[in-house]
Design a protein around this ligand. Structure first.
Ligand code: ZN
Length: 392
């Protein structure tokens, strides 16, 4: 497994093709791979690289379970969603994850059209999460769930979560339904401008997580209902929402906002050149934004590896945004921490890049204190004696 990517490409084979790919990009292909002199055959196969920080890791509360994407899961799966204790910590250990930043599973608060109820449940979810984090503060951090049905209340709740509960930011599950089930509120709209001012002032990241399209939009999927969820509908919704925020000029008005997209960028990096090119060559309607979409993606966005464990896609995002903009994530419990680690720990990137993506980028972004430990030390440690790494 160590020398073979999930798609059947070997590390040696990747290096050969990467020499062409990255040579053209001015990046020595040798930099992509570990320079350790330790023979690969002596490296422990079963030990995950320790010390990872993971960001798209979900939990649920009883109030949102039945309407959540976890509702159709087995009793075991539901238990995994609910647990913020020993079983989750054991799963984190299997994947070498030191700290998880937890978030309410989708659609969560965004799927509650009654504004008063959305405000109440958001507070309940955030208070519950804070209580669980307090029991294991070195392993868990929190993203706020926000009632964006009311931008003013959402700004208040985010402020409470950051200043009082010490949360790291917010994860929002796409557009919000407001007042009726068929409504969609996207956050580029004018009523949300003051909310964004608060996010920028608090200086915390906003994770735009996908959700499925509403039934009124699903005729496009007629006869293919399975495509509306995480197979494709998630990607389409999140990508359009991100483009609305960028194209609507949000980042011209609030240039220091920091956004996060999951799933290796929801397909946006792969389409970046074409989007910029078509905007530049279009004489009719253009976005309000002053600069190319690629500018905002590179300046205002981070991309996580959640649920997309594919080295070709990862390297494409690295070429477009740089390793400094990529953050490790799993999407637990929808994805397996061990499978994610098996891919990431052995993906054909350099150990320095692995360290940035796996840990240091997130530590800096979320101001999570990490041990003073060089990348080489930590990675060697992961391959020799993972048990020496202490979470205490
Ligand atoms: Zn997710």
């Amino acid at each position: 497994m160590r020398n073979r990517e999930p798609n059947g490409i070997t590390r040696r084979g990747f290096l050969g093709s990467a020499t062409v790919l990255f040579g053209a990009a001015g990046i020595p292909a040798a930099n992509l791979l570990s320079t350790t002199s330790q023979p690969e055959a002596t490296i422990a196969e079963s030990m995950p690289m320790p010390g990872k920080i993971a960001l798209e890791e979900h939990f649920v509360i009883p109030e949102t379970l039945n309407a959540s994407y976890g509702a159709a899961g087995s009793p075991e799966f539901r238990m995994q969603l609910e647990d913020i204790a020993a079983k989750r910590i054991a799963a984190m250990d299997r994947g070498g994850i030191d700290v998880c930043v937890l978030s309410l599973v989708g659609p969560g608060i965004q799927g509650i059209p009654d504004t008063a109820e959305a405000i109440r449940v958001a507070r309940r979810a955030n208070d519950h999460l804070a209580e669980q984090i307090a029991k294991s503060p070195k392993r868990f951090r929190g993203f706020a769930a926000l009632p964006l049905q009311d931008p003013t209340e959402a700004a208040k709740e985010l402020t409470r979560c950051v200043r009082e509960l010490r949360f790291c930011g917010t994860l929002v599950n796409g557009f919000s339904q407001v007042k009726d089930q068929d409504s969609e509120a996207f956050y580029d709209l004018p009523p949300y401008r003051d909310f964004w001012a608060t996010v920028q002032e608090l200086d915390v990241p906003f994770y735009l997580h996908p959700r499925s399209p509403l039934p009124k939009k699903q005729p496009a999927y007629d006869g293919h209902a399975c495509l509306t969820g995480s197979i494709w509908g998630f990607t389409a919704e999140a990508l359009v929402h991100a483009l609305r925020l960028m194209g609507g000029g949000l980042f011209d008005e609030y240039p220091t906002l920091r956004m996060i997209l999951g799933h290796l960028g929801e397909g946006l990096p792969a389409n970046l050149w074409r989007i910029d090119n078509r905007i530049a060559r279009t004489l009719a309607a253009r976005p309000k934004a002053k600069l190319p979409i690629s500018h905002y993606l590179r300046e205002n966005f981070y991309i996580t590896t959640s649920g997309n464990f594919r080295t070709q896609t990862l390297t494409e995002v690295m070429l477009e945004l740089g390793a400094e903009r990529i953050l490790y994530s799993v999407d637990y419990p929808f994805e397996d921490t061990g499978i994610a680690a098996d891919w990431f720990d052995h993906a054909a990137i350099s150990d320095a890049e692995r360290m940035k993506i796996g840990r240091t980028n997130s530590a800096q972004l979320f101001r999570i204190q990490i041990r003073t430990c060089g990348a080489d030390t930590l990675i060697r440690q992961s391959r020799s004696d993972v048990r020496s790494y202490s979470h205490t």
